[in-house]
Design a protein around this ligand. Structure first.
Ligand code: FES
Length: 93
């Protein structure tokens, strides 16, 4: 089962990561383990969401983005390109 880490540290919280965490808890619990985590070192690009074991980093995630991540990535293993962190995934963009 995949793990979805949703940063709950200050910068990400200030940009709405509590709502992002809540959306994942509501929509992804049956298919992934949702974890509230500390700072992931990508504070200026938050809310930061990291999917393991794929090591995929999504940035500036909003609650409205969560259904797409759940359906495409968690259900079908397809990366959501438009939300990828550009510095950590330069080859996708
Ligand atoms: S506060 Fe979320 S990555 Fe640092």
């Amino acid at each position: 089962m995949r793990q979805v880490l949703v940063c709950q540290y200050t910068n990400c919280l200030a940009n709405g990561s509590a709502e992002v965490l809540q959306a994942f808890q509501q929509q992804a619990e049956a298919i992934a383990t949702v974890v509230d985590c500390g700072c992931q070192g990508q504070c200026n690009m938050g809310p930061t969401v990291r999917v393991l074991p794929d090591e995929i980093w999504y940035c500036r995630v909003k609650p409205d983005d969560v259904p797409e991540i759940v359906q495409r990535h968690l259900q079908h293993g397809e990366v959501v390109d438009r939300l990828l962190h550009p510095r950590l995934h330069p080859n996708y963009l």
